[in-house]
Design a protein around this ligand. Structure first.
Ligand code: EPU
Length: 467
């Protein structure tokens, strides 16, 4: 059984915290470092589970890593690859292993084996856009379906060659995978309708230092040229805009005041607009942003989650909790994932007035219009929230539950805390520093037994050894 959180809510959060480096940038940069045999030094590295998992994965692939957690710095160098097999135990952990295909293909002639992907259950989460783009660059990729699990087998025995890739949706992961592969593909690659999230720009900045020539055009086209030479890199990870928004919403909803050092204005534009619309307060300062309750919070907003520069899908879960504290009726239309309102049932049990709809509410139709998924939501407030025993289903829903518990005056018990550890550095320490009544109850750890799987047989067939 995993650790538990006990939260007694009802207190306004007050004080100052420092924002961590971005999970969704750091994990990708570790993978990107595998493109070359040069040393990469990172600063502002977040001490979170997903970085830990990715570091362990890189070590298995052959990287030497020195991680100074106290100073948030990390050095990684991969002189040579020990294996190009992503062990099965990593495949259920997050969305990083599939990026190994793009990063390793230009570095090895061996098959790259990536067992079926994990990550939060937010919908079907296919990888067709990754696979199609990599195939266009010359990769040979096949999926082997086995009894208990499946795996992608990829190689580029004849090398990769630049191509024009049209993504039919600006997927973050598919854009990253294609960029990674394109850096070592001969000639020029154009990705049309690419994702341009700030974390992707951070990846591009890193790759430019490493030796790549990458240009982002105004129309979502990214142009990558074959890199011939690599260099040592020193890079500071961008601030985690999800973490900033999460604590900002806690400050405003609990009627408190919190300064978040390191919060970057540029990454928060869409979020700040919505905070202002509901009457929340913020002041942008030279070294961060202060968020505060500014009198009555009003609903009546319409939010459509979208790719950057739109309102992030990762902000919507805590924003719904915030909207339960506003007066009036608001609409959220989730257009990125078809199934990201699973947490609403628990919020309703805590006292929220929420209704889900399969239609696209708010004017614009999205690609889920005719699919019968509950991807629109109406929330009415203000509603007092009450404590509950809650099991976390995924990272962002998990933070929404923490926030709801901070608003409920009784004690809530939250399980599956591992999800929060994946993306929020020192959550208990930061909330305690802000005056929250929160304790982590540590439970004894279970050691899963290693079992022989169908994948082991496939590896044996290909004379590869799982690490
Ligand atoms: N999609 C496809 N085919 C593909 C890839 C994606 O149809 O081949 C669809 C997905 O099913 C989804 C949409 O495209 O409906 C967006 O997926 P995308 O590939 O953009 O997301 P991702 O790369 O898997 C990253 C973040 C998510 C964040 C999304 C959107 C990481 C590790 N994850 O996921 O972050 O929500 O982009 O911004 O970077 C989180 O941090 O909690 C989290 C889930």
């Amino acid at each position: 059984m995993g650790d538990l959180l006990k939260i007694k809510g009802g207190k306004p959060l007050q004080g100052q915290i420092k924002a961590a480096g971005a999970k969704n940038a750091m994990t990708k940069l570790l993978v990107a470092s595998l493109l070359s045999d040069k040393k990469c030094t990172f600063h502002n590295v977040p001490n979170i589970g997903d970085v830990e998992i990715t570091v362990n994965l890189c070590r298995e692939i052959g990287s030497e890593v020195q991680w100074d957690k106290k100073n948030h710095t990390l050095e990684i160098v991969t002189h040579e690859l020990k294996t190009s097999y992503v062990p099965q135990r990593y495949s259920g952990s997050n969305r990083i292993p599939i990026l190994m295909i793009g990063a390793l293909m230009g570095r090895t002639d061996e098959d790259i084996i990536v067992p079926t992907l994990g990550g939060d259950m937010l919908g079907s989460r296919p990888v067709d856009l990754h696979i199609n783009a990599l195939q266009k660059l010359g990769a040979h990729i096949e999926y082997r379906d086995m009894k208990k699990e499946g795996a992608y087998l990829a190689h580029a025995h004849h090398g990769l060659k630049g191509a024009v890739i049209n993504l039919n949706y600006p997927s973050v992961g598919a854009t990253e995978n294609t960029i990674l592969a394109a850096v070592r593909a001969k000639g020029t690659t154009l990705i049309r309708n690419a994702a341009i999230e700030p974390e992707i720009i951070d990846l591009i900045l890193f790759l430019q230092k490493l030796g790549a020539n990458i240009m982002v055009d105004v129309d979502r086209t990214i142009c990558i040229q074959h890199a011939h030479q690599f260099h040592e890199v020193e890079h500071t990870i961008m601030t985690d805009r999800n973490e900033v928004a999460s604590y900002a919403m806690c400050a405003i909803s609990t009627k408190g005041r919190v300064f978040i050092e390191g919060a970057e204005h540029l990454q928060m534009i869409a979020f700040l607009n919505k905070i202002r619309e509901i009457g929340g307060g913020f002041t942008v300062k030279p070294n961060g942003i202060e968020f505060f309750h500014n009198g009555l919070l009003k609903g009546g907003v319409h939010i459509e989650t979208d790719v950057h520069p739109g309102f992030m899908t990762d902000w919507q879960q805590p924003f719904v909790v915030l909207l339960t504290q506003t007066s009036g009726c608001s609409i959220i239309h989730e257009t990125v994932y078809e199934n990201r309102f699973g947490y609403a049932a628990t919020l309703k049990e805590m006292g929220a007035d929420i209704e889900l709809f399969t239609q696209c509410l708010g004017g614009k139709t999205c690609r889920f219009a005719a699919c019968n998924h509950h991807h629109s939501l109406v929330v009415k407030g203000p509603s007092p929230l009450h404590a509950k025993e809650i099991a976390i289903p995924d990272l962002r829903a998990g933070f929404a539950y923490v926030m709801a518990a901070l608003l409920a005056p009784e004690v809530s018990t939250i399980s599956n805390v591992d999800f929060l550890d994946r993306g929020y550095e020192d959550l208990v320490g930061k909330l305690t520093a802000l005056g929250a009544d929160i304790t982590r109850v540590v439970q004894p750890k279970k050691h899963p037994e290693k079992t022989k799987t169908a994948l082991h047989h496939l590896l044996a067939e290909k004379s590869l050894t799982p690490v």
